[in-house]
Ligand binder design. Structure first.
Ligand code: DC
Length: 226
């Protein structure tokens, strides 16, 4: 029986992490974990409760006693907070912005750390986020850092937003994700960066299928080594 690997994928916004993680998990028969969904769900709850997102002390206090339940279903990570299903609201632009902000708060990261680790504990998981290979699963069997040029990422996100019926324009979308990347990279706690032992993939000129194929081949080799 081959070892069930823990595989991590980190990278900036709209680099294609979710589709790569989903596709790779499917090929390997592993669980897909979207950790951004946890930060987004927490941000959604703070917005719902009218907590000032910039107020670190208040957000930290409010998030402390929240009851967070994760359900890992085939193509999605479903998150319930205090019994309310946050999942349908997670992709809203104001939630993206607030998620990036509150993810810089130590108390928020601490609250979500064990939930993520509990899922990766026994392997057989492809976990996607910003600090998977650096902080959450530093001993992962295989780590990827997926990136792409900012214009490409902005365009991909723009297409997603148009499909979701959001009103925006490509330039504004590029600026928004560039700002979110800056915030994610410059924060003190668990900043976005490649793990020292991560395999870096630039997806600018690669299709989703090609990215998954590259990762799959690496996973086969890692499984043979383990
Ligand atoms: O991957 P995403 O776009 O759904 O993530 C939303 C925000 O959550 C992102 O801007 C930063 C934060 N995040 C994080 O800090 N650490 C993670 N592992 C995943 C997401």
């Amino acid at each position: 029986m081959p070892k069930a690997l823990t595989i991590t994928i980190d990278g900036p916004a709209a680099a294609g992490k979710s589709s790569a993680a989903m596709g790779l998990a499917q090929r390997l028969g592993y669980t897909y974990l979207d950790t951004g969904a946890l930060y987004r769900a927490m941000a959604w709850k703070m917005i719902e409760d009218r907590v000032t997102i910039e107020d670190e002390a208040e957000v930290s206090l409010q998030c402390k006693n929240l009851n967070i339940k994760l359900s890992l279903i085939k193509d999605a990570t479903e998150v319930k907070i205090d019994g309310f299903n946050a999942t349908p609201h997670l992709r809203r632009p104001e939630v993206s912005k607030a998620a990036s902000r509150i993810s810089s708060y130590a108390a928020v990261r601490k609250k979500l750390l064990n939930i993520q680790r509990a899922i990766g504990e026994n392997g057989g998981v492809v976990a996607e986020g910003r600090d998977m290979g650096t902080v959450v699963f530093p001993k992962a069997d295989l780590k990827f850092y997926l990136d792409a040029q900012i214009e490409t990422r902005g365009n991909r996100r723009y297409q997603d937003l148009v499909q979701a019926g959001e009103k925006t324009d490509p330039i504004a979308t590029i600026e928004t994700i560039a700002e979110r990347d800056r915030q994610d990279q410059e924060r003190v706690h668990a900043p976005l960066k490649p793990a020292a032992d991560a395999i870096c993939i630039d997806s600018t000129f690669l299709s989703e299928k090609e990215v998954v194929e590259k990762m799959f081949q690496e996973a086969i080799q890692a499984r043979a080594r383990s």
